[in-house]
Design a protein around this ligand. Structure first.
Ligand code: MTE
Length: 306
């Protein structure tokens, strides 16, 4: 039998899916954590395609993925979203696609989910704060939705907006950032096959704290570009303003590509701590996705366009 070193063995090979799902349901129950809404009704996402874009690095345990979060609408502490988002109402839900396109349309979660085949994409995620995770997301390329909208020649950028409602998200008032949360991508970045419209993780619908019912996942950029609980996607002619660059333009740029050579003004970005590991590891250019995305930035000064 071929013996491989641990990092080359997939978690899903070691632990059959049903076993890891059951085990973490048990753990979640034992810890008194609320499970994803709808999950009790069996809202699992099935018939997932495998993806050539998946990494085979060991996955971050479900518990860390769902209890160590940034979702400022529910509080600024890492444990706050899991605690404070349990009652977040994500049904009914509407996502509006609008702006410079021939087919503007409003989707509910079901019609959105059915738009294209769902894939499991195991991505490395790198947060600007210096930690990283490996997460088995579920979704399909955002390009599938954008193609259906038929962007016109005027569309050069895509602007994204999160749900915000102060009664559901009373902690938002103390978030220290302008809400609703906004993000943006260049149209070619948004159309790139790595950019995922995401509905789930670890085989299930997204837990509220991870951005239910639908979020973005952009694995070669710092985690804050991966906007949660999306309600609006607008095809734009100009570069949209984004939450973090509004709040601190010196520290957060529009591109926010993972780049170990460009430090954050207050700390180095050269290395990262993978959640669950002790030693730091070197951060890779474009978070290791350079072979796929580097051509998007040919001729662009990545120090100026951070
Ligand atoms: N989206 C919204 N609406 N609000 C947020 O506070 N935080 C961002 C991003 N998307 C955030 C958001 C940041 S800073 C990170 S690192 C990721 O979500 C974290 O995603 P995760 O909690 O699922 O790991």
């Amino acid at each position: 039998m071929l013996i491989r070193k641990a990092p080359e063995i997939r978690y899903s090979e070691v632990t059959p899916k049903q076993v890891y799902l059951n085990r973490r349901r048990f753990l979640a129950g034992a810890a008194g954590l609320a499970l994803a809404k709808g999950e009790a009704a069996g809202a699992k996402l099935e018939n997932l395609r495998k993806s050539e874009f998946s990494t085979n690095e060991p996955m971050t345990p479900y518990k860390d993925v769902t209890t160590y979060n940034n979702f400022y609408e529910f509080g600024t502490g890492k444990a706050d979203p899991a605690r404070n988002a349990t009652k977040f109402q994500t049904e009914p839900w509407q996502l509006k696609v609008e702006g410079h396109c021939n087919n503007p349309k409003t989707y509910d979660t079901d019609s959105l989910r059915r738009l294209a085949p769902l894939e499991e994409r195991i991505y490395r995620m790198r947060c600007v704060e210096g930690w990283s995770m490996v997460i088995p997301w579920i979704g399909y390329p955002l390009a599938a939705l954008l193609k259906q909208a038929e962007p016109t020649d005027k569309a050069k950028y895509v602007a994204f907006e999160s749900y915000y409602e102060s009664r559901q998200m009373p902690r938002g008032r103390y978030a220290g950032i302008d809400l609703p949360y906004r993000e943006g991508l260049r149209l070619d970045e948004a159309m790139h096959p790595l950019t995922l419209l995401c509905f789930g993780l670890y085989g299930d619908v997204l837990p509220n704290q991870n951005g239910a019912p639908v979020r973005l996942v952009v694995p070669w950029k710092y985690g804050f570009k991966s906007i949660k609980s999306l309600v609006k996607i607008r095809l734009a002619d100009k570069q949209p303003s984004t939450t973090w660059s509004i709040s601190n333009p010196r520290e957060y740029g529009f591109y926010s590509n993972v780049n170990p050579q460009v430090d954050h003004p207050r700390w180095s970005q050269a290395s990262e701590r993978r959640i669950g590991e002790f030693f730091k590891r070197k951060t890779l250019m474009f978070n290791g996705y350079g072979e796929h995305v580097a051509p998007l930035y040919d001729g662009l000064d990545l120090k100026k366009n951070y």
